[in-house]
Design a protein around this ligand. Structure first.
Ligand code: RET
Ligand code: DD9
Ligand code: DD9
Length: 238
């Protein structure tokens, strides 16, 4: 059985697990009898995102996804590495959702997803390094990768979206803004949190990541799957 974590942050991990499960069940029940293949694809991807996050949160709640990193300066930090396993799969799936909505080419999808995966892997490196300077160096590399992802989303995927119908453009714009706002907070949370400067403790940081994760995954999925751009897409009456 889990304790409530190192600083009582288990409460946020429990809430995160419940939030992801509720989101997943809601998307499953809503998507159960969807027939349209394109609409179905959005459901499958979005349900997968919530399911992966639920599993990750549960593992963190049980203390499985937790490890200690001992820095060369003697500081020991508690790190929930399971987040990075979650993000490695879910951030590409989120980009796949919005990329497919926009009608981006496979080549552009592959590019943005590759940079995104690079961002998460270098972020994990930043998190596990023992030398503080190396941690900040990898944080910087990861953050630069994130700026490329956001730029690519706005400019390249945005251009594909500008050729879509009005409903799709409106939904794309909303989801793009959700990503721009939410994703940009992650490196800041890392920097002020226990992995970085330690201005915020594990309790506050875990709360912040939980709110961000629920907004970026469940809020995102909610907007996408309820949008007119997805509901009944490609199934105009014949
Ligand atoms: C890290 C640390 C290093 C710098 C950067 C990061 C970015 C993480 C991001 C995560 C997004 C997660 C999402 C989860 C969905 O629930 C790895 C924190 C740039 C952008 C959207
Ligand atoms: C580019 C980020 C720099 C953060 C430096 C913090 C150093 C604290 C010891
Ligand atoms: C028209 C160019 C917009 C570029 C946006 C980049 C967002 C980075 C935060």
């Amino acid at each position: 059985m889990s304790s409530l974590g190192v600083e009582g942050e288990g409460i946020w991990l429990a809430l995160g697990t419940i939030g992801m499960l509720l989101g997943m069940v809601y998307f499953m029940s809503k998507g159960w009898d969807v027939q349209d293949p394109r609409e179905k694809e959005f459901y499958v991807i979005t349900i997968l995102i919530a399911g992966i996050a639920a599993a990750s949160y549960l593992s963190m709640f049980f203390g499985f996804g937790l490890t200690e990193v001992e820095l060369v300066n003697g500081r020991v930090i508690d790190v929930y590495w399971a987040r990075y396993a979650d993000w490695l799969f879910t951030t590409p799936l989120l980009l796949l959702d919005i990329g497919l909505l926009a009608g981006a080419s496979n080549r552009d999808l592959a590019s943005i997803i590759t940079i995104d995966a690079f961002m998460i892997v270098t972020g994990l490196a930043a998190t596990l390094m023992k030398v503080p300077v190396a941690r900040y160096a990898f944080w910087t590399i990861s953050t630069i990768a994130m700026l490329f992802v956001l730029y690519y989303l706005v400019v390249v995927v945005g251009e594909a979206a500008s050729e879509a119908d009005e409903d799709t453009q409106a939904t794309f714009n909303t989801l793009r803004n959700v990503i721009l706002v939410a994703w940009a907070v992650y490196p800041v949370a890392w920097l002020v949190g226990t992995e970085g400067l330690g201005l915020v403790g594990l309790f506050g940081e875990t709360l912040l990541f939980m709110i961000l994760d629920l907004f970026a995954k469940i809020g995102f999925g909610f907007i996408l799957l309820r949008s007119r751009a997805v509901v009944g897409s490609d199934s105009a009456p014949t």
